[in-house]
Every structure is written in C-alpha cells, then in structure tokens.
Design a protein around this ligand. Structure first.
Ligand code: SF4
Length: 324
C-alpha cells in the first residue's frame, strides 16, 4: 500500500465542507452549488463532513434569503427583505460549538459569496442599500477561521484556479501528515523527522519561514511539547499558505540536482539543468524536471531525498502539478 492509499473511507483525510458544494439541495431556493472537482476528484481521497449552517440553526428549505448589513460597526446576518430577523448571535453560537468538535479536520471547503459561508469579499450592505468596498467574511466562516487559524480554508470558486487548488490540497495533505506523524506520538524525534521531510517544501513556499522554523526546531528542547506542537503547526500552515512560486521552486530543483552531481554523466547533468531552466522560463510545467529527478532517484537512491515531501506531496492521480 502506498502512502496515499486508504483502506476505507473512515481512514481518509477528514475535511469539512459547505453542504451545498457537495451537491446537497440545501440552498435557500432548494438548489445546490455542486463543485465537480470536489465531488469527482477530491472525494476519492478525503472524507467530507458536510454542514449547512443555515439549516443547522433551524432555517428551512426553501427559505427567505439572508444578507450581511453593517450595524453599529458589526456585520449582522439578517433577512434580506426587511432586515427584522437577526440570526447573527445564533449563527455565531452554532459556529463556535461546531468548530469545537472539529479538531481532527485537515481542511474546509466553503461556498463563495454566501453571507454565512463565504471566505472573502462577501457583500456587506450599509442601511441605505450600498455596499462596503472589499466586502467581508461570512459569519460561520469568520468564527471557524478564528477558532482554527491553522486550518486550510478555501472557497469552491477559487478551486477552479490550478494554483490555488494545488496549494489548498497541498496544505490538507501536509496537515494530515503532521497529525499522523507527530500528534499521535508527541516526541522530539517525531518533530525533527517531520521537519526534515519538509525542508524543500518550506524552501519552495517561504524561504523566510524555512529559516525561522529551522531555528524554532533547533530550540525544541526549551519547549513544552504540547506548546511546541501548537506553535509549529501554526508556523507550518502559515508558511504553506504562501504559494510556491517559480523562482523558489527552481531553487529547490537546483538543490535536488546537486544530490546527483557524483552519479550523473555530464550529458545527464546538462539535460537536467536545461529542463530546470526551461521550467524557470515557463516553457515546461514543474512535472517535467521532477519526473527526471524521480527517475534518477530510483537509479541512484538517496534515503534523505526519498523521504522529501516535495517530491511526493499528494496522489499523482489528482493531477495538481499539470498546470504549474
Ligand atoms: S452556503 Fe452555507 S448556509 Fe448557504 S446553503 Fe450552502 S452550506 Fe448552507
């Protein structure tokens, strides 16, 4: 069984989701917002925990629409027609209670634009009917992100973007890997081994965090391990939220190439160098030099490189690196 195969759905990565994105007919009009990538691709690898917060606080289907109105400097979740029904406190209380039972989650897909579930740029009205530039966050998602600031959260619409999609899935797998590798046997050794596997990942996503986290891990003996767990998780997930750009990825690829300097012939080295440069210039996806590096790794095994998550972050079948 490979690292990514799962024997049954119970062992898949737990991910929360707005129920309408999963295709459940829970929207105000009885419809849904099914996202094909979520239901046809991601669902093979994760175990979704759907929730419709508006139904969870007792609203029916169909129901009158709600919206966010800025009142006394606070967005209020009210009915769109008269603004008389205020669901804000009820929704906040539900979100807090729901989030407190979600510690095992490794990600959350929320529905864009919703005054309840939206993650950004949700319309925020002022009483005269105009909207506030930039909008705001839905009431449920705001509470969720405050309660779990390390959790990868993404909107259904943004998952259409190959770069955002890859980054989100990457973070889900990394957090799950962290829980599997460290949380279940909290020890100095487990942290150091995990951190060692993420060296190139951190270099690609955020060189500054790579340095800072190296220092953090070097001082691990001065920490209480539970506190270290919380701090490391937050720094890791903050770093991974930054997308790995072409320049940083090129730097990592060149580091990886360095591991083969004694094994490859001059012609092979030149070929790999040319592919890396071709990727740097945007002529090839990262998959092309990576495939050659993985091929050489099979021929010239290196135990340290073989463990690097950068080379194998999630199932290839998700095809997430095709567009990068
Ligand atoms: S956006 Fe959220 S509250 Fe609205 S239907 Fe979907 S899950 Fe329910």
């Amino acid at each position: 069984m490979t690292r990514f195969e799962t024997a049954d759905s119970e062992r898949r990565i737990p991910v929360g989701i707005s129920a309408c994105v999963l295709g459940e007919q829970v929207r105000f009009d009885g419809g849904h917002k099914r996202n094909r990538f979520v239901t046809d691709e991601l669902a093979k690898y994760v175990r979704f925990r759907p929730v419709c917060p508006e139904m969870a606080i007792g609203l029916p289907v169909p129901r009158p629409t709600v919206r966010l109105v800025l009142t006394e400097n606070e967005p209020r979740l009210v009915d769109s027609k008269h603004g008389q029904q205020d669901y804000t406190r009820q929704m906040q209380a539900f979100a807090e209670k729901h989030a407190s039972g979600l510690n095992e989650l490794c990600g959350f897909v929320v529905c864009a634009k919703s005054p309840t579930c939206g993650m950004e740029r949700v319309k925020l009205y002022i009483p005269n009917g105009n909207t506030v530039p930039g909008g705001t966050v839905g009431v449920f998602t705001q509470k969720l992100m405050t309660a779990m600031p390390w959790l990868p959260v993404e909107e259904d619409g943004r998952l259409q973007d190959p770069v955002l999609r890859e980054n989100f899935v990457f973070r889900i797998y990394a957090l799950h890997d962290f829980y599997q590798s460290v949380a279940q046997r909290l020890s100095l050794d487990a942290f150091i081994k995990f951190h060692s596997r993420y060296k190139f990942v951190l270099m690609a996503h955020c060189p500054a965090a790579y340095k800072a986290m190296g220092q953090l891990v070097a001082g691990i003996k001065n920490w209480d391990l539970d506190e270290f767990f919380t701090e490391y998780r937050q720094q890791l997930m903050d770093a991974l939220r930054q997308r790995a750009n072409r320049r940083n990825n090129t730097n990592v690829l060149m580091h990886l190439q360095g591991y083969f300097k004694r094994s490859l012939t001059s012609r092979q080295k030149q070929e790999l160098h040319d592919l890396i440069q071709s990727y740097r210039l945007g002529h090839q996806p990262i998959l092309v030099p990576l495939a050659l590096i993985k091929h050489y790794l099979k021929e010239y095994p290196d135990p340290y490189l073989q463990l690097q998550t950068f080379l194998n972050p999630y199932p290839e079948e998700l095809k997430l690196r095709y567009g990068l």
